[in-house]
Design a protein around this ligand. Structure first.
Ligand code: ADP
Ligand code: ASP
Ligand code: MG
Length: 431
């Protein structure tokens, strides 16, 4: 008998029919002799619709109230899913994040989990019930207010619960068959990967492959919980996210054990949610970058790529360009405007029409020529690059948004990743 945590994403529970289909799957897992704990997301695009509503009401809603509003989405799906399970003759019991013991800090909209105390969930399992936990939410240990973990955070709820309960596996059910070498909505020839190492999945998630929430991968690596990403619309094997430096856990049904060598490239990711800010005419003297990025950090903005260019002419001025989430654009601009006198720059520019394209693969460490192939693929497709960064196992570039999908496809083809068949996208709007 195994303890299985199953997480169902929004597109898997988009309407009443889907809720009943998911309920059948849960009940089958239970009747096969397993203990099951379910984590569920809001139905369909509910979270986006609630966000739209909030912005219609108020341009800048308080974080506490926004979190209270958004958590309503998961409350709806957990209750209806529990009802559908009852109709099938099992006892589904719904729990909010707070009732399930998801304790967080007070950072509304981006709360971190600091403890998981799932006493009520254990109790429900012991009584033979199926606990259904609302994803993406918790309660602050300081203020006792309701918090959310950030967009896509139900994956992290699931892994955190799996870790706290000592589950054998955390299954993440979504609208595609697993993790692919690129977003199947953009690259129909994307190839499903049977196994992926934590480090590559972390880079893909950080680079915009939203199939898994970044923090859920970090959590799974730390707590050694195997993740199985798969479709709730099919019975196919999905993708296992595991530690490839260790022998695979027994639950992973891969013939031949841990593969000795992984492919050079794990995949191509794209991110359309960043913007680019340029601080123009910054005095070329020590301490300027520190002043700029302290102002931005103090405003709570996460900076991603940074480029500084010293003018070849002897103007004594440089330009500093960085990218950050488009949702933080105004906050970053306001913080920099307030710091203009201190920094002594001339002007600020910002651009929302950008995309980040990233190539990820642990094999990059030991294979020369990967960046040459990457840049040649973009050049051959006539795509202009405005920023470049690299890490040990990732190359990222900034392009304009309108060529992003062409760029992903060109790179995917250039690295020989195209599969013969077409990847299936079962549902979802891609929103
Ligand atoms: P859920 O609502 O189930 O959490 P998400 O929309 O958050 O689903 O994530 C699934 C989506 O992630 C897929 O529909 C797909 O468009 C997108 N995606 C992006 N990159 C990848 C990738 N490399 N592999 C699989 N899916 C990806
Ligand atoms: N419903 C939340 C969102 O749309 C959390 C999640 O689905 O993981 O971001
Ligand atoms: Mg998701």
């Amino acid at each position: 008998m195994s303890l299985i945590v199953q997480k169902y994403g929004g597109s898997s529970v988009a309407d009443a029919t889907s809720v009943r289909r998911v309920a059948r799957r849960i009940v089958e897992t239970k009747r096969a002799g397993n203990d099951v704990v379910v984590v569920v997301s809001a139905m369909g695009d509910t979270t986006d619709e609630l966000l739209d509503l909030a912005t219609e009401v108020s341009p800048n809603p308080p974080g506490r109230e926004l979190d209270m509003l958004l958590t309503a989405g998961e409350r709806i799906s957990m209750a209806v899913l529990a009802m559908a399970i009852h109709d099938l003759g099992e006892e589904g019991r719904s729990y909010t994040g707070s009732q399930a013991g998801l304790i967080t800090d007070s950072a509304h909209g981006a709360a971190r989990i600091i403890d998981v105390t799932p006493g009520r969930i254990r109790h429900a399992i012991a009584e033979g019930a199926i606990p259904i936990v609302a994803g993406f939410q918790g309660v602050s240990y300081e203020s006792k207010d309701i918090t959310t973990l950030g967009r896509g955070g139900s994956d992290t709820t699931a892994v955190a619960l799996a870790a706290a309960l000592g589950a054998d596996v955390c299954e993440i059910y979504t609208d595609v068959d697993g993790v692919f070498s690129a977003d199947p909505r953009v690259v129909p020839a994307a190839r499903q990967v049977p196994l992926i190492a934590h480090e590559e999945m972390l880079e893909l998630a950080a680079a915009g492959a939203k199939v898994l929430h970044l923090r859920c991968v970090e959590y799974a690596r730390r707590s050694e919980i195997p993740i199985h990403v798969r479709s709730s619309f099919s019975d196919r094997q999905g993708t296992w996210v595991v530690d490839l430096t260790q022998p695979l856990p027994d639950i992973v049904p891969i013939a031949g054990g841990t593969p000795v060598e992984q492919p050079i490239i794990a995949g191509v990711a794209h991110d359309l949610n960043d913007c680019k800010i340029t601080v123009v005419g910054v005095p070329d003297r020590p301490g300027e970058a520190a002043l700029i990025f302290t102002a931005v950090a103090d405003a709570g903005v996460n900076v991603d790529m940074i480029v500084q260019n010293v003018s070849v002419e002897e103007t004594g001025l440089t330009d500093v360009t960085f990218t950050c989430p488009v949702a933080s654009r105004q906050v970053a601009l306001d913080a920099l405007t307030a710091a203009q006198e201190l920094v002594g720059y001339r002007d600020l520019r910002s651009d929302d029409g950008i995309a980040k394209i990233s190539l990820v693969g642990a094999g990059m460490r030991s294979h020369p020529g990967v960046s040459a192939t990457f840049f040649k693929a973009l050049a051959d497709a006539g795509i202009n690059i405005s920023m470049i960064t690299t890490s040990e196992i990732r190359i990222s570039v900034v392009t304009s948004k309108d060529v992003a999908e062409d760029a992903v496809r060109a790179v995917h083809t250039a690295f020989g990743l195209d599969a013969d068949g077409e990847a299936v996208v079962y549902a979802g709007t891609g929103r």
